[in-house]
Design a protein around this ligand. Structure first.
Ligand SMILES: Nc1ncnc2c1ncn2[C@@H]1O[C@H](COP(=O)(O)OP(=O)(O)OP(=O)(O)O)[C@@H](O)[C@H]1O
Ligand SMILES: [Mg+2]
Length: 382
């Protein structure tokens, strides 16, 4: 299955409809799954990341409206399209159909199609669902970004404080020298050049912050050196890691082939992972706090289309992740942080972003010793 594609689930008791929709959907940029039962559908939705659901409102085992409500509860990001049947369920003169459609829309479905299915109408409705799904993803990414921003602010404030202090010291010495009447134009020039250098440093940090927080409209695809992404991350986090007594070891392979993607989104993933590592090390009882970032290339590759892969590993020696929760950490809103700290979106958004890049994110944890998050990204076509 291609992790890069949206998964569409068709739930319909009628085999012909299922097969007809499955064929049509598989032709587009989708993975497709089908089932005849509402209960099985709920299981599939719980287990895997389904984006769009087409569901017959007259399922044999679950009331269609209840089904919609249940889906909205367990997978609020899913878009539902309802299939409205004809006789014997629809009542006479089609009145029942319309009532059901309205109720389905009220319960959270975004649109409906009628049987027999008109393919033009079907494609319009699917297009709309895909658009809404994309909008929701953008919103989620932005929300997580703003949440990470809270963590970043302290570090950035520190980072800006350094050049500010530098400027202050230079200015104070200029004032003193002027008071003593011993100030030459050459000296003034050197000092002003120093000030400009400090201001440039600050501008670069602010620029980076501004680009990072800008709301994007969809994913950029440019050729990227993954090491640039890692270094960019540290522009915003260096000081904060230092303040927390964390030793950073970077092992970045030189001259890596490029990957294709969105530099800001990939940076967002690295920031999420490093902030998580920092939090785990601050909580953990280990004497030394060691953060290791490694990048390398491998040729063995289990990604769908692949010229080899680039791997980024982020390792910490914090608390570790107990087995009882390791399956849940990528779920949206799952957090072990105390109330008010952390939304629990960091890892779920990171996974979405890596999926969008055709890559994979995985984790290995040895409680009390080490946790390694591993990002695998396909090398771009030449
Ligand atoms: N490096 C790590 N070490 C130990 N536990 C981790 C690590 N990374 C993630 N976790 C666990 O996974 C949970 C989910 O992480 P996620 O980044 O999605 O949310 P969060 O950090 O709790 O909140 P947010 O990222 O929204 O601020 C964390 O609450 C924590 O329990
Ligand atoms: Mg987090």
């Amino acid at each position: 299955m291609n992790t890069n594609k949206t998964t569409v689930l068709v739930v319909d008791n009628d085999r012909t409809t299922r097969e007809q929709l499955e064929q049509e959907i598989a032709r587009g940029m989708y993975n497709v799954q089908t089932t005849s039962e509402g209960r099985t559908a709920i299981e599939i939705i719980r287990r895997s990341e389904v984006g769009i659901i087409l569901v017959d409102i007259n399922l044999p085992d679950i009331n269609g409206i209840e089904f919609i409500r249940k889906v909205k509860e367990i997978a609020p990001g899913c878009e539902l399209i309802v299939i409205i049947g004809t006789a014997p369920y629809s009542g006479w003169a089609g009145g029942g159909n319309i009532d059901l459609a309205i109720e389905a829309l009220r319960s959270g479905a975004i649109d409906y199609i009628e049987k027999p299915i008109n393919m033009d109408r079907f494609h319009t409705v699917m297009g709309r669902a895909q658009e809404k799904l994309q909008e929701a993803t953008e919103q989620l990414i932005q929300t997580a970004k703003l949440s990470a921003l809270g963590e970043l602010t302290a570090g950035v404030a520190h980072e800006l404080n350094q050049p500010l202090n530098g400027i202050k010291i230079i200015c104070q010495s200029i004032i003193k020298d002027i008071q003593k009447n011993r100030y030459s134009t050459e000296e003034l020039q050197t000092d002003l050049a120093d000030i400009v250098e400090q201001v440039d440093k600050m501008a670069a940090i602010i620029d980076h912050m501004r680009i990072f927080t800008r709301r994007s409209e969809g994913m950029n695809t440019e050729l990227i050196d993954i090491n640039t992404v890692v270094e960019g991350t540290f522009k915003l986090l260096n000081q904060q890691l230092k303040d927390n007594g964390i030793t950073v070891t970077k092992n970045l392979a030189p001259d890596l082939p490029q990957v294709k993607g969105d530099i800001i989104r990939l940076e967002q993933v690295c920031i999420n992972l490093i902030i998580n590592a920092k939090n785990a090390m601050t909580k953990g009882a280990n004497a030394g706090k060691d953060l290791k970032i490694t990048t390398y290339q491998t040729n063995n590759c289990d990604l769908p289309s692949c010229n080899g892969t680039i791997v980024v590993e982020i390792e910490d020696n914090g608390t570790g992740i107990p087995e009882s929760i390791i399956d849940k950490i990528f779920q949206p809103f799952f957090t072990t942080n105390e109330h008010g700290k952390g939304t629990g979106l960091g890892l779920s958004v990171s996974k979405k972003i890596i999926n969008e890049h055709g890559g994979k994110i995985s984790v290995q944890s040895d409680v009390g010793r080490a946790t390694i998050f591993k990002l695998t990204l396909p090398i771009a076509d030449k």
